[in-house]
Design a protein around this ligand. Structure first.
Ligand code: HEM
Ligand code: HEM
Length: 433
C-alpha cells in the first residue's frame, strides 16, 4: 500500500492530532464494521456538526419571545444558505439521538459495559442524557406553536416529581409559565452549559476507551495481529464520516426543518404533544399514575442501566453480538412478544373500566400506580423465567432479553403517542386526522 514518508520525529505528517485520539496500532479484528458500525465515531462527528452549525445560527438568532421567530424567518429567507444551515442543525440533532441510542445498544449487546469499560458505560449514560437535553433545550428556540406547547407540556410533567419537582420547574422556566426567562435559560443551557459538559464528558469517554485498550474484542481475537492506525482505521473512519455527512446534506436539501406558526401562549393546540422522544412517557401517563409514569419508570430504568456493569457474569459474552443460536431465537421471540404485549396492554387499558372509578376509596397512587406496576413486574419476571427455561439462556442473554423488552415497549408507546392519539389524547386511526 502507498504510504506517505515518516518525518524526522518518526511520525507520518498530520498524524499528531490522530494520535491524541487513537493509539499508533490497533487490533485488526476491531476494524470489522459489524463490531461497532462506526456509531461512536458518528456520534462524535455529529456533535461537532451541531457545534459548528449552532455557532453559525447564533449569529442570526435572537433569544427573545418578540424576535426569536422573526429571526428564524429572516435567517431562512434572507441569509445565503440560512435555510440549509438550519435544516442541517435540525436533522443532525435527530440523527445524533438515534446514533447515540444505537451505539448504546451495540455496546450493551456486545457486552462492552463490563469492567474495565464500566466507567465508559456510566459516563456514556450521562452523555445520552446530555444529548437528550440538547435536543430538548433546542426545541424551544424557534418559538413556534409546536415548540412552545411541547415545552409547556414536558415541563408541566415535572410537577409530578415529589419534593424537588416544583422548584426545578420554576428554576427552569424562570417563573410560572414559559416566557422570556425560559427562553433565556434554554438558550444559555443550549448554547453554553450543555455543549461545555458534552465536550468534557466526551473527552473523558475517549480517554477511558483508550485506557481500556481500545474497543472490545472477542476472546478468540485477543491474540490477533495489530495493524497501523493510519491508514487502516483512519481511512475507514474517513469513509464513514463522508457517507454520514453526505446523508445529512442530502436530507437537509430535500426536507426543510419544520417551522409552524408563531407561538401563541393563549391558544393551546389539541392535542398538545411533547417532543417525539418524550412521547412514550406522555403515553405512559395515560395508563399510570403520574408519579409512576414520570418518576418510578424512568428512575428504575436508569438505576438498572447504571447497575448493569456490576452484575456478575460468568459467560464470555464480550465482543460478540449473540452467544448462541438459542440466544438469537429468544431475541426474536422476545421482540415479537414485547410488541404484542404492549399493544394488548394499551388496548386493555383503554377498554377495561378505570380502576380509579372502580375503587374510588383507594388512593389512585395504589390503583393506577403500585398495583399495575406490581402486576407488570411479576409478569415480566414470570416471562423471563419461562424463556430462560425454554431457550436455556445464560445471564447475559437474559439481560439482552430485558433490554429488548424495554426498548420495543417504549417504541410501541412512542409510536402510539405520535400516530394514534388525537383530540383529547384519545385513540384514533392516523388516517382519520
Ligand atoms: C449536541 C448538540 C446540539 C443539539 C442536539 C442541538 C439541537 C437543536 C435543536 C433540536 C434545535 C431546534 C431546531 C429546530 O427544529 O428548529 C436547535 C436550535 C438551535 N441551536 Fe442547537 N443543538 C446542539 C448544539 C448547539 C450549539 C453548540 C449551539 C450554539 C453554540 C446551538 C445553537 C442553536 C440555535 C441558535 C438554535 C435556534 C435556531 C433554530 O431553531 O433553527 N445548538 N438545536
Ligand atoms: C455523545 C455521545 C457519545 C459519543 C460521542 C461516544 C463515542 C464513543 C466512541 C468514539 C467509542 C469507540 C468506538 C465505538 O465504540 O463506536 C465509544 C465506545 C464506547 N461507548 Fe460511547 N459515545 C457516546 C455515548 C455513549 C453512550 C450513551 C454509552 C452507553 C451508555 C456509551 C458507552 C460506550 C462504551 C461502554 C464504549 C466502549 C465500547 C467498547 O470498548 O467496545 N457511549 N464511544
Amino acid at each position: 500500500m502507498n504510504q506517505s514518508p515518516d518525518n524526522e520525529k518518526g511520525r507520518k505528517p498530520g498524524f499528531g492530532l490522530i494520535l491524541h485520539l487513537h493509539p499508533r496500532k490497533v487490533k485488526e479484528s476491531t476494524l470489522r464494521f459489524n463490531l461497532t458500525f462506526g456509531l461512536g465515531g458518528m456520534a462524535a462527528l455529529l456533535v461537532v456538526v451541531q457545534v459548528v452549525t449552532g455557532l453559525l445560527l447564533k449569529f442570526h438568532y435572537e433569544p427573545s419571545p418578540e424576535n426569536a421567530y422573526n429571526s428564524i424567518l429572516n435567517l431562512q429567507d434572507s441569509l445565503l444558505f440560512g435555510r440549509m444551515l438550519r435544516s442541517i442543525h435540525h436533522w443532525s440533532s435527530i440523527v445524533l439521538l438515534w446514533v447515540v441510542f444505537l451505539h448504546l445498544l451495540r455496546v450493551a449487546f456486545t457486552g462492552a459495559y463490563r469492567k474495565p469499560r464500566h466507567a465508559s458505560w456510566i459516563f456514556g449514560l450521562a452523555l445520552l442524557i446530555l444529548v437528550v437535553l440538547s435536543n430538548f433545550t433546542g426545541y424551544l428556540l424557534p418559538w413556534d406553536q409546536l415548540s412552545y406547547w411541547a415545552v409547556t407540556i414536558s415541563t408541566s410533567l415535572l410537577a409530578y416529581v415529589p419534593l424537588i419537582g416544583d422548584s426545578v420547574r420554576a428554576a427552569l422556566l424562570g417563573g410560572k409559565e414559559v416566557g422570556q426567562a425560559t427562553l433565556t435559560n434554554f438558550f444559555n443551557l443550549h448554547t453554553g452549559v450543555i455543549p461545555l459538559l458534552l465536550a468534557v464528558l466526551m473527552a473523558y469517554h475517549f480517554w477511558r476507551i483508550r485506557r481500556a485498550g481500545g474497543v472490545i474484542v472477542a476472546e478468540k481475537d485477543k491474540e490477533g495481529p495489530m495493524v497501523d492506525t493510519r491508514p487502516h482505521l483512519v481511512n475507514r473512519e474517513f469513509v464513514v464520516a463522508m457517507a454520514l455527512l453526505a446523508f445529512i446534506i442530502l436530507v437537509s436539501s430535500l426536507f426543510d426543518a419544520p417551522l409552524r406558526e408563531r407561538a401563541n401562549p393563549s391558544f393551546s393546540p389539541n392535542p398538545a404533544k411533547a417532543p417525539w422522544y418524550f412521547m412514550g412517557l406522555q403515553e405512559l401517563l395515560i395508563h399510570f399514575h403520574p408519579f409512576f409514569a414520570i418518576v418510578v419508570f424512568p428512575v428504575t430504568v436508569l438505576a438498572a442501566a447504571s447497575w448493569l456493569p456490576y452484575i456478575k457474569l460468568e459467560d464470555r459474552n464480550q465482543g460478540i453480538w449473540f452467544l448462541s443460536d438459542n440466544g438469537i431465537r429468544s431475541a426474536k421471540f422476545v421482540l415479537v412478544s414485547g410488541i404484542v404485549f404492549t399493544v394488548l396492554f394499551i388496548g386493555f387499558s383503554e377498554l377495561l373500566p378505570d380502576p380509579e372509578l372502580l375503587l374510588p376509596s383507594v388512593p389512585s397512587l395504589v390503583t393506577k400506580g403500585f398495583f399495575p406496576f406490581a402486576i407488570l413486574a411479576v409478569t415480566l419476571w414470570f416471562f423471563l423465567k419461562q424463556i430462560r427455561q425454554k431457550f436455556s439462556l445464560n445471564r447475559s442473554e437474559i439481560i439482552q432479553s430485558v433490554i429488548i423488552v424495554m426498548i420495543v415497549s417504549y417504541a410501541v408507546l412512542t409510536l402510539t403517542g405520535i400516530f394514534f392519539r388525537g383530540e383529547g389524547m384519545n385513540l384514533m386511526w392516523p388516517w382519520k386526522v
